[in-house]
Design a protein around this ligand. Sequence first.
Ligand SMILES: [Zn+2]
Length: 236
Amino acid sequence: MKYKLILTAFLTAFLTVLPCNTTALASVYTGHLDSTSEECISGWAWDSENPSHAVNVQILVKNSSFSTVQELSATADLYYSHLSDAGIGTGKYGFSVSMNWSSLPDGFYFVEAYVAGTKLPNCLQVTKSGSSVSYTSGSSVRSLGVFQTTAYCPCYSCSEGWGRHTSTGAIASARHTIAVDPRVIPYGSRVMINGMVYTAEDRGGAVKGNHIDIFFDTHGETRQYGTQYTEVFLLQ
Ligand SMILES: [Zn+2]
């Protein structure tokens, strides 16, 4: 009797749950942000459990303070032969949406895309400078916390005769090179500081732990920069 009751309860629970599982397969959204030009953002997205349905993509353009500065949407229904060639359904999952980068101030931005609340795996990391828009496909923009940041230049007192030569062999350039403690930030990392993206390609005797030394062309600029404590972000 006791077992029969348990069995009945089990079957009731099973039958109650069953219709939910059979009426529709759960949606599985995926896709990719492919590129951006001065005028548009493109990529593709689909629901692999419902390949005949064109999904709606929401695209967020965020600035270096993580504020959304543009919100765009597109229906992913353009035919991309490289998708069908890769065995992705009918291949009619592309999107291309107008984006007016010239309306935004120069600086660093990143672009994310969502389908029904699911974030597509990659993001575009965009540097806008005048009429030029360049981008890298990445996975995330991650805070490394607050660092002490200082400045150096090719002069003898800053670089002790190294000039523009760095410890990695790269020739240092302004708005690009930073010196790091490679145990904290590996060489080659792209790091966003005060809305500008730099590459870790040098080190310095005094640069230890959560300290970054930023390369400038002239000693006057290093004096002007001084020492600043600021949150830094790793672009991955
Ligand atoms: Zn100097």
